[in-house]
Design a binder for this molecule. Structure first.
Ligand code: HEM
Ligand code: HEM
Length: 179
């Protein structure tokens, strides 16, 4: 039978990612401007830990997609809308993997130890080098900005379907309603 909406697992992973990314993204931009000290350090520890969690969630989402598939594109979309939405989703998945990896590599090259929720440390992903760290942090920032740009379109499109077109696109990602 053709599935019309996302599975409960896919929905849970999607909304968990959204919740975390709406904290990690602004934190990344704000932390640099805080005075150096324990608050900034705590902020960086949390940014790195939750950023790593996003990488794990992206891997889990891609594994779920591979194993149990995803619903076909919403039937009411024009071929153009279908192409744009598929390209946006694929690019977002790529950036959800790339951005944390760049942050991890840049921090390793700096070098700063990466403690995940004070439980364990990540192994270094890149050799110590100030120049390399600078380039990788630049790429980390560009990758994060690309997420912001795509999210403006993604969330805008979801709201447009829900509030203007009143079609069933948003429902595919919302908790199932008992009828
Ligand atoms: C308020 C925030 C958000 C809303 C309202 C929203 C809404 C949606 C909806 C309705 C879909 C299903 C689209 C379809 O049926 O074709 C979807 C899919 C998707 N969303 Fe979001 N989203 C939000 C935040 C995010 C965030 C923060 C990310 C990642 C950075 C994200 C990444 C994705 C991806 C990758 C898919 C495709 C899922 C798949 O096909 O496996 N979304 N979103
Ligand atoms: C999807 C996950 C992530 C997002 C969206 C994200 C986003 C950001 C953003 C927007 C900035 C500010 C960039 C700038 O203006 O220069 C930033 C900075 C930073 N990020 Fe991330 N980040 C993520 C994951 C990580 C991870 C996993 C690590 C390390 C393990 C990390 C380490 C850092 C550090 C240390 C900075 C500060 C760079 C500086 O002060 O120049 N990030 N991040």
């Amino acid at each position: 039978m053709k599935r019309l909406e996302y599975s409960a697992t896919s929905k849970l992973l999607h909304w968990l990612t959204a919740l975390i990314i709406f904290g990690v993204l602004p934190a990344g931009f704000i932390l640099e401007d805080l005075p150096e000290g324990p608050i900034q350090n705590l902020g960086y520890d949390l940014h790195r830990s939750f950023g790593f969690l996003i990488l794990l969630l992206a891997a889990a989402r891609l594994a779920v997609r591979k194993m149990s598939g995803a619903p076909e594109a919403y039937a009411g979309l024009t071929p153009f809308e279908r192409r744009v939405s598929t390209a946006t989703h694929h690019t977002l998945y790529m950036l959800l993997v790339l951005t944390p990896l760049l942050g991890w590599a840049a921090t390793s090259a700096f070098p700063v130890k990466i403690s995940i929720f004070w439980l364990f440390e990540l192994p270094p992903l890149a050799p110590q080098s100030e120049a390399l760290s600078k380039v990788l942090f630049k790429m980390h920032a560009i990758s994060a900005i690309a997420i912001v740009v795509l999210l403006v379109g993604h969330v805008g499109a979801a709201l447009w379907h829900r509030l203007v077109k009143h079609d069933g696109v948003m429902e595919r990602m919302l908790p199932a309603r008992k009828s």
